[in-house]
Write a protein that binds this ligand. Structure first.
Ligand code: IPM
Ligand code: MG
Length: 367
């Protein structure tokens, strides 16, 4: 019997629809040659769902996503929904999907293709190849928050007024399970793990450090070290090629991965996988956002989404397909095709500016 995959596709907003349909075209081309049947079901989330149903994440989207083998997501959000009630913002859809599916680990690999080294703003980027393991369903994103009226005054007599607060809290269980993912990943790679935190100030960070130091005993081969977040952002620019696996909290991971995107030349190139307990479908999405300014103009770089599909195939134990997709992307870059985010002045005559459709077709031809 032919193998089958049910993929839930959430195009979302902005450039989301263009990049997801490009990636699905690639996925269809590569799976059909292997005799795999691919069933895709399109689901609404984000601004797209707000416009249609008045809420960012309909139950039906969660159910269908849970029922799939894997979820492919484009991007959510845009200026159109900026002034909406915060509990209904498009971003809530993403957070709801992550927590609803229990996707507590976000893997964001940062690898600079040789062909794109000149796109990195760093003078000598070297061999950049690291993975950010970001905790995804805890911390300040999901902690207690609110606004209350305070009758108190500040020491200088100024009226305090309203107080808004968000809290960073992590349980041992939450920390241990993400640390385990990171240590296991380090074992499969260059066996180096860096914990990024703010343990000189935050109590929760100190717990991360304690638990990580304990887990080190189970992984004697892993070279483990810790960096404060402020130092880490600097070291990432100073010596990016020295990093292998970075594990960190939800908020720090969010920040570090955008920085990493820039180091890699363009955030448009970066894929990601959000995974939970074995058996739950993973969610695969590019790291970049919905880029409403270029939506619908055939300008978006679909490679981050296409590479996310490679991660999806690897997650579904289709290593061969995953490598084929990655090689096709590499060949496409070698042939000089570039979307505008990876086109740079002075890059030479060997590159050709193209749009979303053209670069997608080239990836398919290169499979
Ligand atoms: C990301 C994004 C999201 C996040 C936003 C859109 C809620 O920035 O996936 O990195 O902060 O997690
Ligand atoms: Mg982000």
């Amino acid at each position: 019997m032919a193998k089958k995959f049910n993929i839930a596709v959430i195009p979302g907003d902005g450039i989301g629809p263009e990049i997801t349909s490009a990636a699905i075209e690639v996925l269809e081309a590569v799976t059909s040659r292997k005799g795999i049947e691919l069933f895709t079901k399109e689901l609404k989330a984000g601004g797209d769902a707000i416009d249609n149903y008045g809420i960012p994440l309909p139950q039906e989207t969660i159910y269908a996503a849970k029922d799939s083998d894997a979820v492919l997501l484009g991007a959510v959000g845009g200026p159109k929904w900026d002034n909406i009630d915060p509990s209904l913002r498009p971003e809530r859809a993403l957070l709801g999907l992550r927590s609803g599916l229990g996707l507590y680990a976000n893997l964001r690999p940062v690898k600079v293709f040789d062909e794109l080294k000149s796109a990195s703003p760093l003078k000598n980027p070297g061999q950049i190849d690291f993975v950010i393991v970001r905790e995804l369903t805890g911390g300040i994103y999901f902690g207690k928050n609110g606004v209350y009226q305070s009758g108190d005054r500040l020491p200088d007599g100024t009226v305090k007024g309203k107080v808004a607060y968000d809290t960073e809290s992590y349980s041992e269980g939450e920390i241990n399970r993400i640390l385990k993912i990171a240590f296991d990943l380090a074992m499969k790679r260059r066996k180096k793990l860096t914990l990024v935190d703010k343990a000189n100030v935050l109590v929760s960070s100190r717990m991360w450090r304690t638990l990580a130091s304990q887990m080190c005993f189970d992984y004697p081969e892993v070279e483990f070290n810790c960096l404060y977040i402020d130092n880490a952002v600097m070291q990432l620019i100073n010596r990016p090629s020295s990093f292998d696996v970075i594990v960190t909290s939800n908020l720090f991971g969010d920040i570090l991965s955008d920085e990493a995107g820039q180091i890699a030349g363009s955030i448009g190139m970066l894929p990601s996988a959000s995974i939970g307990t074995p058996g739950t479908p993973g969610l695969y999405e590019p790291v970049h956002g919905s880029a409403p300014d270029i939506a619908g103009q055939n300008k978006a770089n679909p490679l981050g989404t296409i590479l996310s599909c490679a991660m999806m195939m690897r997650g579904l134990n289709e290593e061969e397909i995953a490598s084929e997709i990655e090689n096709a992307v590499k060949k496409t870059l070698e042939s000089g095709l570039r979307t505008s985010d990876i086109t740079f002045v002075g890059e030479g005559k060997n590159t050709t500016p193209v749009g979303t459709k053209e670069i997608t077709k080239a990836v398919i031809d290169n499979l």
